[in-house]
Design a protein around this ligand. Structure first.
Ligand code: HEM
Length: 438
């Protein structure tokens, strides 16, 4: 374990450079395999996907996600298949995403307005923080219809909890790897997980109770007199729970755990992609200018870029792809084998933890990267992120020039974390180039 230093994907890369692209490790008492070449990635999550589509349950993920009642951190089970269908077709499917598009447009407008004010006051902005707030507000509104408005409100609690969960999941918990520490909470992560879940539960219970009261009122009154409005994820999940024709009945814990999964998976990933894209563009001004020319010619200078412009902006899309190649928000896929399997001549037994080092595979520019892992267990948030992230990065290019108070080039190092965060926050001064609101 001492070989897995603070940044696991880099330690895995160093070990694979020394011993080859497929290595076997014992992390404490847990057998692990690390794969680090495009061919092996294809063999494991491509040809043999069904045997490697599970995930190991950790102490923290089990407690936080309501005893593994959710979707993202559970093994490959019939419930996961059922939840995947719901998530793909109803929560993150095209229809819901377009119904909830005004939320994302509104958040983008609010972010640009804030930056215009900062530019006027010539103030520095911590963009790592602002992108995090933006994606957290987007997912809070889409999931629970709450928004952090600066006061001590529900969304503030939700954001602090999201940050705490990311830290807990990002930590290397000895209890998961050393059998005799299984019931001893050496690092205090179990205690933190329990406190976090209990706080999140208070918040979700309050929201669920309010929703159920509204639903009850609707049932007992004239159906048509209450406007349904646009449904958020929790409403959609409550509809599915009430639908007797569903093959599996969702429990209250399933609803809360799925909401929590999407909340977690949708915040840091999108924020990380946005901050790395802008940081790379800052260090590559010629590319920044070329992207701006493209936006000017497609969007013009009188309105703010929108998600619907993105398909017409191939250069911006290429910038996003290159950003995700260099800085994949999920640096390695964490899977577990469900059956004994032979991979490239080596036997991998069932119940082995398998890590696919996407970060290191992507370093080879000849390889066309797949930061979403388009496999059974791949990212269901791809269509949301492919609309949301280029639009926010495009707005930063369209509306502002960016300056640094002292240095000319940005520090691009990483620090440990679940989604490869920047070691140094992205702090820049915006200079208004175009005010799309007139
Ligand atoms: C730039 C943004 C994003 C990237 C690069 C990304 C990438 C990934 C990757 C690589 C995985 C692991 C897949 C595997 O093990 O094969 C994953 C899983 C997941 N992502 Fe994303 N993601 C992003 C944004 C989002 C968003 C916005 C959401 C939803 C709101 C989301 C929801 C999920 C969920 C729920 C899983 C777990 C799927 C499962 O276990 O079946 N992601 N993502």
């Amino acid at each position: 374990m001492h070989l897995i230093r603070s940044i696991p994907h880099k330690s895995f890369r160093d070990l694979c450079d020394r011993y080859g692209p497929l290595i076997y490790l014992r992390l404490g008492s847990v057998p692990c395999v690390v794969a680090s070449s495009p061919e092996l990635a294809r063999e494991i999550v491509g040809h043999n996907e069904l045997y490697f589509a599970s995930r190991s349950i950790t102490v923290a993920s089990h407690h936080i996600t309501y005893d593994s009642s959710g979707f993202a951190f559970v093994p490959y089970t019939p419930f996961w298949k059922f939840a995947k269908k719901i998530v793909m077709s109803q929560l993150l499917g095209g229809r819901t995403l377009s119904q909830l598009q005004p939320i994302r447009a509104d958040e983008l407008r609010l972010l640009v307005e804030l930056l215009l004010e900062k530019a006027k006051a010539e103030e520095t902005v911590n963009l790592s923080e602002e992108f995090m707030k933006f994606s957290n507000n987007v997912i809070s509104r889409m999931t629970l219809s709450i928004r952090y408005s600066g006061k001590d409100d529900q969304a503030r609690v939700a954001r602090d909890l999201a940050r705490e969960v990311t830290e807990i999941f990002g930590a290397f918990n000895l209890s998961d790897y050393i059998w005799f520490l299984k019931n001893i909470d050496v690092q205090g992560l179990l205690k933190r997980s329990k406190v976090t879940r209990s706080k999140f539960d208070d918040l979700l219970e309050k929201i669920l109770k309010e929703r159920q009261e509204i639903r009850m009122k609707k049932k007992t009154s004239d159906q048509d007199s209450i406007d349904d409005g646009v449904k958020d994820f929790v409403d959609i999940l409550l509809d599915i729970q009430e639908d007797e024709s569903q093959e599996i009945k969702l429990t209250r814990n399933n609803i809360k755990a799925i909401a929590l999964d999407l909340f977690m998976a949708g915040t840091d990933t999108s924020a990380s992609a946005s901050e790395w894209a802008l940081a790379e563009l800052y260090n590559h001004p010629a590319i920044f200018n070329k992207a701006r020319e493209e936006i000017d010619s497609v969007v013009g200078k009188t309105r703010l870029i929108q998600e619907s412009d993105v398909p017409n902006l191939p250069y911006l899309q290429a910038i996003m792809k290159e950003t995700l190649r260099l800085h994949p928000p999920i640096p390695f896929l964490a899977r577990e084998s469900t059956e004994d399997r032979n991979i490239s001549g080596y036997d991998i037994p069932a119940k082995t933890a398998v890590f696919i080092n996407v970060w290191s595979i992507n370093r080879d520019p000849k390889y066309w990267p797949d930061p979403w892992s388009s496999s059974q267990r791949g990212c269901p948030g791809i269509w949301l992120a492919l609309q949301e992230v280029p639009a926010v990065v495009g707005a930063m290019i369209q509306c502002f020039d960016w300056k640094m108070k002292d240095k000319a080039e940005l520090d691009m190092s990483e620090r440990p974390g679940l989604t490869v965060p920047r070691a140094v926050p992205l702090v820049l001064v915006p200079v208004t180039r175009l005010n799309p609101f007139g």
